[in-house]
Write a protein of this length. Structure first.
Length: 257
């Protein structure tokens, strides 16, 4: 017989408040599996797994509205979603681990311990303050960057704004299919559009035979540099970063014909 939980028991088990579970019920995000004749909520295995998904998505800073849309999508695959949660949290753990080491070194230095920080080590783990242009020059060479910039200058303001809007549309489209594996045709269709937009930005700066390799390199920046997935209000989205990065890498290895 399936084990069930009252709302109070589930709240204690998951470490959330009873009020939170009541809210999830009211907004349709997490309905109890059934109710007793007296009207009390009863939760079973399905609800426990759904609550776990909700909590993972909240840990990755998604809104309740977006979480509901993902979980209620007919194509939602729990196992694939958990794999993406794992990758996103591993990326976050890696950066936090560096920050903790930086704190330990700083504390040791301030207390007169044996570990002495270099000026550079003071800021390990933080996003670097260099501009995108300086980083691009270092990665791909000044000529390639200038050729790309000249390509953009040829656009009028309306064309440039349209291109910018297209990137926003791609983010929205990818967020709607994040429950699918990055290799899924629906995901790869959006990634192909993303690749074509990137090609427009590059112009002739990147030779055709090098574009897929450059695109794969760009994919890594989505998980290495949180600025690449910042929203307009400055928030970061590690789940989205991991998802688009994997999708781009798969595309680079299996380009559309």
């Amino acid at each position: 017989m399936e084990k069930t939980y009252t709302v109070k028991q589930l709240a204690a088990l998951a470490g959330v408040s009873v009020r939170t579970l009541h809210h999830y019920d009211a907004c349709g995000l997490l309905k109890p599996g059934k109710r007793t004749p007296a009207g009390y909520r009863v939760y079973g295995a399905y609800e426990l797994y759904r609550l776990q998904q909700i909590m993972f998505y909240k840990e990755l800073d998604l809104s309740l509205e977006n979480i509901a849309a993902l979980l209620d999508d007919p194509g939602f695959e729990p196992a694939a979603a958990l794999e993406e949660h794992k990758k996103a949290l591993q990326a976050r753990r890696k950066r936090i681990s560096v920050l903790i080491k930086t704190i330990d070194k700083t504390l040791s230095t301030l207390k007169g311990g044996p570990v002495m920080l270099t000026d550079k080590e003071l800021y390990e783990g933080f996003p670097e303050g260099n501009t995108y242009r300086e980083e691009a020059v270092a990665k791909w060479g000044r000529q390639a960057v200038e050729n790309s910039e000249n390509n953009l200058r040829k656009m009028d303001k309306a064309a440039f704004l349209k291109l910018k809007d297209e990137f926003v549309n791609i983010r929205t489209a990818l967020q709607e299919v994040m429950h699918l594996p990055p290799s899924h045709p629906k995901v790869q269709k959006v990634i192909h559009t993303h690749f074509e937009l990137i090609r427009r930005f590059w112009g002739n700066a990147v030779p055709e035979e090098e574009r897929l390799a450059a695109y794969k390199g760009l994919a890594q920046l989505y998980v290495d540099d949180e600025r690449y997935t910042q929203t307009p209000d400055g928030k970061t989205d590690p789940a989205y970063a991991a998802f688009i990065s994997e999708g781009m890498k798969w595309y680079a290895a299996h380009p559309a014909k």
